[in-house]
Design a protein. Structure first.
Lengths: 258, 464
């Protein structure tokens, strides 16, 4: 995927934080951890209060007019010049790839593209926006990193691995067919529940065989699917956003007596 | 509760068939990845280059089609143009009737499946025999192919042996070598008695008028060597500008399709037999088939016409692996089929408008595509088109109410707080299809609506 020329952070490291609708509704821990991680990295984190959703559910669902309404709201909400950071590869891709696609023939395409050029997935921003290649602290745990499909072809996967591998104590487990989808796919998960669940079960088979202490990902949507399936199938597994690992790594560092 | 046809098909797929499709496509993908990147570390650059070549070719067909027609004629071939499937079938029949021919042996060609040539000819008293082993088995079964490269990926050895037994090709024996030998013995006699050999073409080169056909069984060579008349059915999107473009495309095709460096046979056909040449057809006809392609070219999904039918996208596709090719109700299954089939359906687009929905948009298909087709983008465009044309889509949650909430922050935040009630209700009993579809196999996480905003406010309030 070609990433558009991206707006880089200024000297004050001011960013706008896009929490995502899933974090707004279910995963406040992931959003809070993201804020703390950004602040640790020296960022001034603004939170535009009017934000709701990036517009992706309707975009993927095929209702582009509904999606465009929500994208326009998002574009208006995130007015400004600074980078927009989002703890989701999927919402980030919606802003820099999906939204421009559905605005191809719209008069305000330029404004949508401009927001897309400002939008970064969290780990991509930390590594490629701020130049962080080593994350401090300690996180002694055996983790399975699920690469979400919307970060396919973007710098996010490599960036995430750079950060995770630099953390003292993190052990990343390998598992089979790592590139395969978790089966979520937004409206796909309810439109095609049988296929979606079968895809997720296969993913879980591979991941759980590696016996991790948690599955981690840059996208809560994948984790919601995998965690929900695992719980229903009676093989529960802890799910964590990458930001929670980064944040807790700092906490563990602080807990170590000097 | 209404369901999506492809999901429903997957529900009812037998475990045996599912296993055949899943293991066959997975093995195909793994072999492709190994061979492609071992040989060509720059494979992804080559995919982009191949995509650019094909895109250029399809966008300049007005130049290349007249050019290849002139070249083919100069090479001694006769050129026919077929606007529709019916025209293409009629052109084949016309050629055969002029020669008084009644028996055809044919190599594997997807476009012949697309235009349903076999049924057309058989209904008019012409014997039309598939000589590719997979297609031969499909024909014996009265089945349809479920994969563009491996037509019987959905069948296992036992089923094939049963088919052979049923059709008098020997007592039950599921040994692959025995099956192949029996097919060969049967088919060799048929080649000798045939009047016409029909093939497709993987590529048709404008500058030279050269047709390129790749096979692994050598059956297309027999089709041409044993008969006096060669008919090639070629979709108009098969054009390449130059012979040298084959260097890029052939290197990608076999590796992507079957995980081979090159197929066992790669034929370059530049015309009928020349004077003094001992073998080969005395007559060669090339039928260029449109059948909806120019309409696709005029639309916003034209990149799909780059497709070289390697099947890599279906091998890697998690949905194809679960549902099998027959779930797609068309001759082109998998991700490419989910785009191409509804487009080629023309006015019948609504009947296949569910196909583009059968994807989690994971993007694995475009990652393996040898001509770099942005398949997920095209699936999305077709979802938009389906909605605009008012095609109903089972189990797709209505988005209008959501769009109202998501554009009014006050209402959004109120809904976030109110959602907490879901934790105390038997959500799985809600008469909402999407909720039921989710909760049948998955739990919902605890509702935490508004908690993040509260945390942020508390943290930033000055009195704290």
């Amino acid at each position: 995927m070609d990433l558009p020329h991206r707006v880089r952070p200024g000297a004050d490291r001011r960013v706008q934080f896009m929490a995502t609708c899933l974090c707004d509704a279910f995963y406040d821990e992931a959003a809070a951890a993201s804020v703390e991680v950004l602040e640790h990295a020296g960022c001034i984190v603004e939170f535009p209060e009017a934000q709701t959703c990036c517009g992706q559910p309707a975009f993927n669902g095929g209702d582009w007019p509904a999606s465009r309404k929500v994208v326009r709201h998002t574009v208006k909400t995130f007015a400004g010049e600074c980078p927009i950071v989002v703890p989701s590869g999927s919402c980030a891709a919606m802003m820099f790839h999906g939204a421009p696609l559905e605005f191809e023939k719209e008069a305000d395409l330029g404004e949508v593209q401009a927001v897309g050029q400002r939008t970064w997935e969290l780990c991509d921003f930390l590594v490629n926006g701020l130049g962080i290649t080593h994350w401090p602290g300690r996180y002694p745990s055996r983790l399975a990193f699920h690469r979400s499909c919307h970060s396919r072809g973007t710098p996010s996967v490599a960036a995430t691995l750079t950060l995770l591998r630099s953390i003292d104590g993190v052990e990343l487990t390998e598992f089979g067919e790592a590139e395969q989808c978790c089966g979520f796919g937004g409206t796909f998960s309810v439109g095609f529940p049988h296929i979606s669940s079968a895809m997720g079960a296969l993913k879980l088979d591979h991941v759980l065989a590696a016996q991790p202490e948690a599955i981690i990902s840059g996208d809560m949507s994948c984790l919601m699917h995998l965690g929900g399936l695992a719980a229903r199938e009676g093989r529960p597994i802890r799910t964590l956003h990458i930001a929670q690992v980064l944040r807790d790594s700092l906490v563990h560092r602080a807990a170590v007596p000097h | 509760m209404k369901t999506q046809p492809i999901d429903d098909f997957a529900v009812h797929l037998s475990p045996e068939r599912h296993e055949s499709v899943h293991s066959g496509s997975k093995a195909g993908h793994e072999k492709r990845t190994k061979v492609l990147f071992e040989d060509l570390p720059i494979a992804n650059d080559l995919r982009a280059l191949a995509g650019a070549i094909k895109q250029h070719a399809i966008e300049n067909l007005d130049t290349y089609l007249p050019q290849i027609e002139a070249k083919l004629q100069a090479n001694g071939a006769q050129v026919h143009w077929a606007a529709t499937a019916e025209d293409a079938c009629a052109a084949v029949l016309g050629i055969m009737q002029r020669r008084g021919a009644t028996r055809m042996v044919k190599a594997k060609t997807m476009v012949s499946e697309e235009i349903e040539l076999g049924h057309y000819l058989q209904a008019r008293g012409i014997e039309c025999l598939e000589t590719d082993l997979g297609e031969f088995i499909v024909q014996l079964d009265g089945d349809i192919p479920s994969h563009v490269v491996k037509p019987i990926i959905h069948k296992n050895r036992r089923e094939i042996a049963e088919t052979f037994e049923k059709h008098g090709l020997g007592a039950f024996d599921s040994d692959p070598e025995t099956i192949t030998r029996r097919a060969r013995n049967f088919l060799r006699q048929k080649y000798l008695g045939a009047d016409v050999g029909l093939t497709g073409a993987n590529f048709a080169v404008a500058e030279s008028g050269r047709l390129v056909i790749v096979t692994n069984e050598g059956n297309s060579r027999f089709c041409l060597a044993a008969t006096k008349c060669h008919i090639a059915l070629v979709g108009i999107e098969k054009i390449l500008p130059r012979d040298r473009d084959l260097g890029v495309l052939l290197n990608l095709l076999a590796r992507s399709g079957t995980g081979q460096q090159l197929t066992v046979y790669t034929e370059f056909i530049s015309g009928p037999a020349r004077p003094g040449q001992p073998d080969g057809p005395e007559e060669m006809h090339v039928i260029f088939v449109d059948n909806g392609r120019t309409e696709v070219l005029a639309g916003d999904c034209r990149e799909i016409l780059r497709c070289i039918r390697c099947g890599a996208c279906m091998n890697v596709c998690p949905v194809y692996r679960q549902a099998s090719g027959h779930a797609y109700r068309s001759i082109y299954p998998g991700p490419v089929g989910a785009v191409l089939s509804p487009l080629l359906a023309g006015k019948n687009f609504p009947a296949l408008a569910d196909l583009p929905k059968a994807s989690s948009l994971c993007g694995a298909c475009s990652e393996v595509c040898p001509v770099d087709i942005p398949i997920p983008d095209l699936l999305l465009r077709l979802r938009d088109r389906g909605k605009r044309e008012g095609v109903s889509s089972p189990n797709t949650p209505p988005m209008a109410p959501w769009a109202i909430l998501a554009t009014q922050p006050f209402a959004w935040n109120a809904a976030m707080r109110a959602g907490k009630v879901m934790d105390y209700l038997p959500v799985e009993l809600f008469p909402i299809p999407a909720v039921q579809a989710w909760t049948k196999t998955r739990t919902l996480p605890e509702w935490r609506g508004g908690e993040f905003r509260k945390w942020l406010r508390d943290r930033r309030s000055p009195e704290k």
